[in-house]
Design a protein around this ligand. Structure first.
Ligand SMILES: [Zn+2]
Length: 243
């Protein structure tokens, strides 16, 4: 048997619990929780001071955490275990060189730093930057995708390109990029350089090998990686893995 007051007290405790629970789970959606609490304040008849207190506490807690996180993100620096969104322009040689690739803010480059997979000099040049900072730096071919390797240019038997005893003429054309496999079954992209009666010369160098490169762009956002992202070694969400 509970008295009326105890019953009421329990329901408010539950209310506080629910809001705290939602706030901790919804993560970035905390702004909506604040909105929810505000609506509660406006719409419900809060006769008891206890209820008012519970709403105030939920509001304060959620608001404070939202504020702190926003503040934290503003001053967060690019580095290991941070998820970084950025735009960039990649050019040959220097700032006036031929444009190779351009990523704008509607399709930014989003990457978990410190897990490998980026050119070391690229990661190094961006580390310590904050959202809003611009960057611009050069990479020598060696710091980029390496020098052209003569051994990566090979003559292959034309027979390899036969499917059911017939050459796929549409695929086997000068300049075409064809994905093949190395001895270990790993995919390897090569460009068709020469076709003779029985041989095909393929270049398996990285398309940017032997090239000096210039990167420039802007850091859009830096945030802490979630435990799950660190575990998987990649970014989740809008511009990351969706699984
Ligand atoms: Zn994942």
């Amino acid at each position: 048997m509970f008295t009326e007051l105890e019953d009421e007290y329990r329901s408010y405790l539950l209310h506080i619990g629910c809001v705290f629970f939602a706030a901790s789970f919804l993560d970035m959606k905390e702004a909506f929780i604040i909105l929810y609490v505000l609506l509660q304040l406006i719409s419900t008849e809060f006769q008891s001071e206890l209820k008012l207190l519970s709403l105030f506490l939920s509001f304060f807690d959620t608001g404070l955490r939202f504020f702190l996180r926003t503040l934290q993100n503003i001053f967060m620096k690019v580095g290991s275990q941070k998820v970084v969104s950025l735009t960039y322009e990649l050019r040959k040689k220097d700032a006036t060189g031929e444009l190779i690739q351009k990523l704008e803010s509607d399709h930014p480059f989003v990457y978990l730093f410190g897990v490998g997979g980026l050119l070391p000099k690229f990661e190094e040049s961006l580390s310590g930057l904050e959202a809003g900072n611009e960057f611009s730096f050069d990479l020598s071919a060696k710091e980029g995708y390496g020098e052209q390797n003569a051994e990566a240019i090979v003559d292959l038997d034309k027979k390899i390109f036969e499917i059911d005893g017939k050459i796929d003429e549409e695929l086997l054309q000068l300049g075409n990029q064809i994905t093949m496999q190395d001895q270990n079954g790993n995919p390897l992209d090569g460009i068709v350089m020469e076709i003779s009666d029985d041989k095909v010369k393929m270049d398996f160098n990285h398309p940017l090998a032997g090239m000096d490169l210039h990167f420039s762009g802007t850091i859009l956002e830096v945030r802490e990686a979630t435990a799950e992202e660190l575990d998987h070694g990649h970014v989740h969400g809008d511009h990351g893995h969706q699984h």
